[in-house]
Write a protein that binds this ligand. Structure first.
Ligand code: AHM
Ligand code: MG
Length: 335
């Protein structure tokens, strides 16, 4: 079959045999995410038309204002995933605690855990800039037949069986991995169908883009400051180009296609960094490694971190392998 005409649904079925566990279940789970992505895409795209933008008046566990679309996206993903009798637990960046799913006729028989950031970069909604959804999928570690526990959610990123994101951009794309490379699908909005538009995505080994919120410069550790200065120096292929959307999904997506590095270091304002290990960094790290890139906390691979809490934050350096390695050199020299 011509890869370019392949739909996401066809791709999921065609590739399910390469998956090490009972493949049909993961396929149904991915199909659930595909459906929720279309629903959320529909709402995000009409955000400027109806009175659904703006703060919902609530704050999430991190004390940030929740936008109405965050709340809507959170609900849609949770609803869609909990109805499929595959997922036993969901944790969301927008929920204080994890949700245990117990389907009525299949008491605790489901095997999959989903962690989700339903609408990342939501401060960009009001100004019509791209936002995204990030998802991360694990097998439960506690016995089937018992309720899920925190232990099922606090697994290192290495245990992920699938991860991906949806970017609601100039076009809507779903990009995911099941540990066998990274593939990207673009939504044809007229038909409501995702087509394989970006097979076998890979970060270029090195690149010319650095993405960091330089407004925090004075608060960054010395290693990060030195690395930023290195990016700006006139030498060889430098200075690099600075590009920062402030939507992790979009910054990552661009850097994967063009070659670049994304940094959200710790700072004297945010001792642990800002991004969440479980909802943002681990899934992006899995995608990065599957796409020949690299993700670290500045010193060690993100996916080797043993999580201690659901909403844990971590410094994040991610992108083209050589660029991340260079940033790590600067960090090591100044630690
Ligand atoms: P969010 O989950 O509250 O949307 O925060 C995550 C976002 C990332 O998408 C983005 O890269 C970063 O926060 C931007 O933060 P800042 O505005 O501090 O640069
Ligand atoms: Mg987020």
């Amino acid at each position: 079959m011509d890869k370019k005409t392949m739909t996401l649904g066809e791709f999921i079925i065609e590739n399910q045999d390469s998956f090490q566990y009972t493949s049909g279940e993961l396929s149904r789970l991915l199909n659930g995410l595909r459906l929720a992505a279309k629903v959320v895409n529909h709402e995000v795209n009409k955000a400027g038309l109806v009175d659904i933008i703006g703060a919902a008046g609530d704050t999430n566990i991190q004390g940030e204002n929740q936008q109405k679309l965050d709340v809507m996206a959170n609900e849609k993903f949770i609803q869609t995933l909990s109805k499929r009798e595959i997922v036993c637990g969901i944790a969301s960046e927008e929920e204080d605690d994890f949700i245990s799913i117990n389907s009525f006729d299949k008491q605790h028989q489901n095997k999959y855990i989903v962690l989700i950031d339903p609408l990342d970069g939501s401060s960009n909604i009001d100004v019509n800039v791209s936002v995204g959804t990030i998802f991360s999928i694990y097998r439960r570690v506690t016995p089937v037949g018992t309720p899920v526990t925190l232990e099922d959610f606090l697994q290192p990123g290495r245990n992920q069986v699938a991860a991906g994101y949806i970017v609601y951009g100039t076009s809507t794309m779903l990009v995911y991995t099941t540990g066998d490379g990274v593939n990207g699908f673009t939504l044809n909005p007229a038909l409501g169908t995702f087509y394989l538009s970006h097979p076998d995505m890979e970060f270029p080994e090195t690149g010319k883009i650095y993405s960091v919120n330089e407004g925090n410069y004075v608060h960054f550790p010395k290693g990060v400051k030195d690395y930023i200065k290195y990016c700006q120096e006139e030498e060889g292929d430098r200075p690099y180009i600075s590009r920062y959307i402030g939507s992790l999904v979009s910054d990552f997506h661009r850097n994967m296609i063009k070659g670049g590095i994304y940094l959200y270091p710790k700072s004297s304002k945010a001792e642990e960094g800002k991004l969440r290990l479980l909802y943002e960094c681990n899934p992006m790290a899995f995608l990065a490694e599957q796409a020949n890139g690299k993700a670290s906390d500045g010193f060690n691979p993100i996916m080797d971190i043993i999580p201690k809490e659901l909403h844990q934050r971590v410094p994040f350096f991610c992108g083209s392998k050589k660029m991340v390695e260079k940033a790590e050199e600067f960090m090591a020299a100044k630690s």
